[in-house]
Write a protein that binds this ligand. Sequence first.
Ligand code: SF4
Length: 350
Amino acid sequence: MLNKQDISDRILVQEHFAQEHLPSEMDQAEIDRYKARIKALLKEKDACLVAHYYTDAIVQEIAEETGGCISDSLEMARFGTIRPEQTLVVAGVKFMGETAKILNPEKRILMPTLEATCSLDIGCPIEEFSAFCDQHPDHEVVVYANTSAAVKARADWVVTSSIALKVAEHLEEQGKKIIWAPDKHLGEYVQKQTGIEMLMWDGSCIVHEEFKAKGILELKSVYPDAAVLVHPESPDAVVQIADAVGSTTQLIKAAAELPNETFIVATDRGIFYKMQQAAPGKTFIEAPTGGSGATCRSCAHCPWMAMNGLQNIVSALETGEGEVLVDEALITDARRPLQRMLDFSASLNK
Ligand code: SF4
């Protein structure tokens, strides 16, 4: 059984901030120099910084300080289209840079690193996926945003976790059969919530798949008043014990709105930066990824998101390296389901 001492070194968001804000290889003076350089370069290059909630706090901080955006992949996609700057620096993973390019083909899209990818994207190669779709021509193809431009181009719809349920219900109302790819856990969640049967691709996120229901329940016994916040990329056993399930933006909202003072959070710990802003004074605890026999490949932080840092943001802006290029034919075909998602999302907010 866990006790407070056992877990004290992993729980406090303040500790997380201390680690994230002051990376061991940089002192505060160096961080300040990098930040000043990024601010100057963004102006000089007519650029803005778009960062995902899972990037390190220092990256989110500079996005915020320069009038950029920190958000989930849906909002990142939308934000890029409404900004006047001709260069977007996307701090996130490859599919986010590609999405920005598809929606803004006339703009220059830079990424701090082109190496940052996603296990869902890797696990859904276009050849196999296209062959799978060809076997079921009577199905509407719905793919998660966490896919390559080529997979999007093969799809009828793109979704993010924030509107996955609504899109599935919308297609069900139209009598459509659905292929769902690539995240089987998100798909299972949608199936359970809506009762809609879907043909599922067998992909998963290496970060969320590591969360363990048993470990969370043990943590709950130490913090009985804590609410459990879960991203639906997590396994069903973890979703089952959640007090709130949702996209990153929805989980931040839940942290602010629920009356609890303590939260066990089953998603990437990069989200703590915004959760702390939305719910100051509350305590956020990383959901356990270990447990006996478990292999922690991610430890609640995406290894690819962690590749974004101040140094490579400067380097991308200075050199223009890390530019995201997408084949023109793919842009045309992938834009259709992406735009459908944005239009659908806008119609929900009317
Ligand atoms: S956290 Fe998971 S879904 Fe998000 S980019 Fe990393 S591997 Fe992909």
